[in-house]
Design a protein around this ligand. Structure first.
Ligand code: SAH
Length: 557
């Protein structure tokens, strides 16, 4: 009669977290083999099974016993906590079978039943600390030489993995966790969040939230899993969270920019991605086109090392072909001691003023200085330069810019006021109104970038009528255009909804229009679509554009 070995991971320890297949497999089996504590944990699920109990260190004899019984024709369950394939019994059982000349398909048959491993059960209790690339390292040097474990810690630390430490400490093994902390501190900030979870989902569960520098001041034992955050992991109250991507950019008011679904996975928005690193595609001009072939000289923000390069360097160390990772500060941000590749980037829009289009030499020098070697400046169609710079002190950068006479605004989906140069300041009547409008509205967050064009005379040579909202100042009064479609094959000027609006009424009226849009736009809805959908804004009624006449194509093409 053919026997069967069921290698079962029963999860962290509570019945709710045992899979249905694991329960069935326990029911199917005639014999249960496991470490005493584990057998006790699932005792209530046992009905008729014979129990072979063993001590903790008798793993090999447990595996041998399982194989012997299965060869006698028995259905044998070998149980592990968590997942049997993670520092569990699965590999060991296969090793014993292989030693006896067994091949897959031979008697006995083997089924590995997956379970929830400690990295996942402990993560769930802490919040969402794993989220991004993570690894598990067992600190037990019982079966693995410490010199190998040490290298793996070093590599994982350098590559900024979230790390789950299994078997961190036992009565006799106390030095490993101390040594591990020392290595991690070479690469990670002392305040890096660290979660200590003991006996997850068991009676004596204990969850401690601490930091890398403080973790050894708490109880750590054989039933603890230590979860070390990466450079982006943070605490929100008592939740330990690792963001899904490295949200590296932030703008005024320290608001991190949201990436909309359509913006994700583009190299320009996620410059750590493989594409961005290998340069297969590159930041398109003004972020409008999808991809443009890379120029050799164009690179994402210069960095010391990309995450991939860190990982490659770490792996090279493991196989002995690379140099030891740096443990000095050369690759570290001076203030945070984080790799500079992960330091935050401040991104702001800078212009010399609403009407003024001229930068002074001193202003240009300041911009160059603030951008530094690693930053960059990009000119845009919104009459702004975008400054991107590595900094941990954004307020200081913004102060410097404002003190130098710059207008500093957030980037992204905000209101942008783009005025003409008022014939180099000669036609100055409209300037105070343009400044007032800019002061009230520029930089306000909106669903989709909202461009307000302001032209100081009827020539409207800066193209205000082609913006989302156009204002043309004429003999002290305004013509108002709403709903221009600013880009695309079917780009079209806005609809002229009013003429002769008194200048003093304009800022209030415009504010009401913008507020309508801010309050009622659908997610991602551009102003011209919003206008068409709602039909009227502040009494201005939307009119359908004339239908396009499709010319007869002679050759049918
Ligand atoms: N196969 C198991 C791991 C066995 S190694 C799994 O996949 O989870 C034993 C180590 O696992 C312990 O030292 C501890 O670090 C971790 N561990 C297992 N169960 C745990 C639990 N309920 N709570 C916290 N850590 C646990």
């Amino acid at each position: 009669m053919d026997g069967k070995i069921l290698i079962i991971g029963f999860g962290p320890g509570s019945f709710e977290h045992i899979t249905v297949r694991a329960r069935e497999a326990i029911q199917e089996s005639q014999v249960i083999i496991g470490y005493n504590t584990y057998v006790d944990l699932i005792r209530d699920l046992l009905t008729h099974q014979d129990i072979v109990r063993t001590g903790m260190t008798e793993e090999v004899s447990r595996a041998q016993k399982a194989v012997d019984l299965a060869l006698e024709g028995k259905v044998v369950a070998v149980i592990s906590s968590g997942d049997a394939g993670v520092y569990g019994m699965a590999g060991l059982v296969y090793e014993v079978l292989i030693e006896r000349g067994w091949h897959n398909g031979d008697n006995p048959s083997v089924e590995v039943v997956p379970g929830i491993s400690a990295i996942h059960s402990c993560a769930a209790l802490l919040g969402a600390p794993v989220m991004h690339d993570a690894c598990t390292i067992s600190l037990s040097d019982h079966l693995t030489p410490w010199s190998v474990i040490e290298k793996r810690i070093e590599a994982a630390a350098a590559a900024d993995f979230v790390i789950a430490l299994y078997n961190p400490k036992s009565g006799r093994r106390t030095r490993q966790i101390v040594e591990t902390q020392r290595i991690l501190l070479k690469y990670r900030h002392p305040k890096t969040p660290v979660g200590l979870v003991k006996s997850a989902y068991r009676d004596r569960q204990q969850v401690v939230r601490t930091t890398l520098e403080d973790m050894l001041n708490h109880d750590i034992g054989m039933l603890t899993t230590v979860l070390i955050g990466n450079a982006s992991t943070f605490y929100h109250g008592d939740l330990m969270i690792t963001p899904r991507g490295y949200q590296r950019k932030y703008t005024l008011d320290a608001v991190e920019q949201r990436l909309r679904p359509g913006e994700r996975l583009r190299p320009e928005n996620e410059p750590w991605s493989l594409n961005a690193i290998t340069g297969e595609s590159w930041r398109p001009a003004n972020g409008r086109e999808e991809t443009t072939p890379v120029e050799a000289t164009e690179k994402p923000l210069a960095r010391e090392k990309s995450p991939r390069e860190w990982a490659d360097a770490a792996l090279a160390c493991l196989d002995g072909t690379g140099q030891a990772p740096p443990n000095n500060d050369a690759h570290m941000d001076a203030s945070t001691r984080m790799p500079t590749s992960l330091a935050k980037i401040l991104e702001v829009a800078v212009s010399p003023g609403v009407a003024n289009k001229k930068f002074s030499p001193a202003q240009l020098m300041l911009l160059a200085e603030l951008a530094g070697e690693e930053g960059e400046l990009e000119y845009t169609t919104a009459h702004q330069l975008i400054l991107r710079t590595h900094t941990e002190d954004p307020a200081h950068v913004v102060d410097c810019l404002r003190n130098a006479g710059f207008t500093v605004l957030p980037v992204g989906n905000v209101v942008k006021v783009k005025a003409c140069d008022f014939c180099d300041g000669e036609k100055f009547d409209g300037i105070p109104c343009a400044e007032e409008i800019s002061r009230r509205l520029a930089g306000l967050p909106v669903e989709k970038e909202l461009r307000i064009g302001f032209n100081g005379c009827a020539m409207a040579c800066y193209g205000a009528v082609n913006e989302d909202i156009g204002l043309v100042f004429r003999k002290g009064k305004f013509d108002l255009f709403l709903g221009g479609k600013t880009t695309g094959r079917n780009a079209a000027p806005g609809q002229r909804v009013a003429e002769g609006i008194p200048a003093e009424q304009m800022p209030d009226l415009l504010e009401r229009i913008v507020n309508q849009y801010r309050e009622h736009a659908f997610p991602g809805e551009r102003f011209h679509k919003f206008f068409a959908r709602v039909g009227q804004i502040e009494g201005f009624v939307h009119q359908e554009k004339p239908q396009v006449v499709v010319a007869d194509t002679v050759c049918g093409g």
